[in-house]
Design a protein around this ligand. Structure first.
Ligand SMILES: [Zn+2]
Length: 474
């Protein structure tokens, strides 16, 4: 009698045809024979990666067939880099980001307000993925009628908010979270009249909404009262009180010589159950607006620098007491040569400090971090200085920032993940942007894919395509 079930022999034949059918599948793009490095799984091996539509569909030791095949032999195939701190949110900046291996650039520190129109203005028009928090600074500036631009200039920086203004600001933040902003952005140093209870209220909103607060802390440096230690203690306390998740931005430019102590404090808080993380950029200088509240008080003692350590972005000149006064009245960006090399190196070497650029290039000017952050970590700190391994460097650029935002499909080379992929030459990758000439693309990053579309090919931007999408809270 014939069985209704197929025999072992028949099963083997079926399996053979299935395997043949699978291997005959043609993917949209195949990255062949690259060294796939995935910090989440620890995979570090020669593999072929098949991309179908927006998604990574195959990771195989066997050859794969693609409509487009890219020879990645000798190159590293890594998850696309995720920049948690990218003020430059326009086409000029997205091009520098893509050439630096960044596939997702997010404005989380200052943030935006209102949120929905900001996303709508970029949808379908962005080279790479973008996103933002609901920003306390812009919300407060709107409510208090401040005349500044990116940063407050008068009312929001120098006046104490009335309780009505505080409530209005909180309502704007909640509305931004309703519109799926990626958390709450806080820059306390730029609005120093914001009281401790006001900040605690903001952190409470973050906790209630299960959103992370991204914070430029109250003040930098070692001078008490108002030290960076005190500022970090405020954040750790607010997190402990509310249960909120807090991400402290650019730890080195806040802590300078006390970077080691701040990293110890964060590690200690984490060990005792506080969800607090931090980030840094690989440079010995910061940048901000000279007309901001950062220069209101005793900045020279706080930061341990003086006029000659300030570099006026528009001309590249170092400042004096006279030019400081003049330019502060005019308003504009200034570079602060304030971070000891040891602090930058310590933050880069620490496996838990996320790499984030804090970058913004405008008409080709600005701080080199806007163009060179990621290639500089890979080429300078990992390869040349051996401050950290290549896998650790990638971890700090991919899975750590993805996990900070609970992005399950980004920051990993995994079947089913979004095909945001950066392909670089580990022997050649390097930053070219300098303080004098920041508008230089990084080198040694020949291929970058955003949602399965090549945005960099053979080391050049692919023109006329905009595959970036808005990244929003779940
Ligand atoms: Zn900042």
């Amino acid at each position: 009698m014939r069985s209704a079930f197929i025999s072992v022999h028949q099963r083997l034949i079926l399996l053979f045809f299935l395997t043949a059918a699978l291997s005959a599948q043609t993917y949209d793009i195949v990255l062949s024979n690259g060294r796939v490095m995935d910090p989440e799984s620890g995979l570090d091996a020669i593999r072929n990666v098949g991309i179908q539509g927006h998604t990574i569909a195959a990771i195989s030791g066997r050859p794969l067939q693609g409509r487009t095949t890219i020879d990645a032999q000798g190159l590293v195939v890594a998850p696309g880099f995720i920049d948690l701190h990218s003020h430059g949110q326009d086409d000029e900046n997205y091009r520098y980001k893509a050439r630096d291996g960044v596939t997702t650039a997010l404005e989380l520190e200052v943030g935006v307000s209102p949120v929905a129109p900001w996303y709508a203005a970029r949808e379908g028009k962005a080279l790479i993925n973008f996103g933002a928090t609901a920003g306390h600074i812009p919300a407060r500036m709107f409510v208090m009628h401040d005349t500044g631009g990116l940063l407050p200039h008068d009312e929001a920086a120098h006046r104490v908010a009335t309780s009505a203004e505080q409530r209005e600001t909180e309502d704007l933040i909640r509305k931004g979270l309703d519109e799926k902003a990626l958390g709450i952005g806080l820059g306390i140093a730029y609005v120093p009249t914001t009281t401790h209870p006001e900040i605690l209220n903001m952190i409470r909103i973050a906790a209630d909404r299960k959103a992370t607060a991204f914070v430029h802390m109250r003040s930098p440096g070692a001078i008490e009262p108002g030290s960076v230690t005190e500022s970090l203690q405020e954040m750790i306390a607010d997190a402990a009180i509310t249960g909120a998740s807090i991400h402290v931005v650019h730890i080195t430019s806040m802590a300078n010589g006390q970077t080691g102590l701040m990293l110890e404090m964060i590690a200690g808080a984490r060990k005792h159950g506080i969800d607090i993380t931090t980030e840094a950029y690989p440079y010995t200088a910061g940048e901000t607006r000279l007309d901001s509240a950062v220069f209101d008080g005793n900045w020279q003692q706080q930061l341990g620098i003086t006029y000659k350590d300030l570099q006026w972005v528009a001309t590249g000149e170092r400042l004096t007491a006279e030019t400081f006064a003049k330019y502060r009245k005019d308003g504009g960006f200034v570079i602060l040569h304030s971070i000891p090399e040891e602090a930058a190196r310590q933050a880069m070497a620490n496996p838990d400090v996320i790499v984030a650029s804090d970058g913004m290039i405008y008409n080709g000017t600005g701080h080199p971090r806007g163009a060179g952050t990621y290639a500089r970590v890979l080429g300078h700190y990992a390869r040349d200085e051996k401050a950290l391994t290549l896998m650790t460097a990638l971890r700090k650029m991919t899975i750590l920032p993805a996990n900070r935002l609970h992005l399950q499909q980004k920051g990993r080379i995994k079947i089913g993940a979004d095909a945001d992929i950066t392909v670089f030459d580990p022997a050649r990758v390097i930053d070219k942007a300098t303080f004098e000439k920041p508008n230089q693309y990084s080198e040694g990053i020949p291929f970058v894919l955003v949602n399965g579309t090549l945005v960099v090919r053979d080391g050049k931007i692919v023109e006329g395509i905009k595959p970036g999408v808005g990244i929003k809270a779940r």
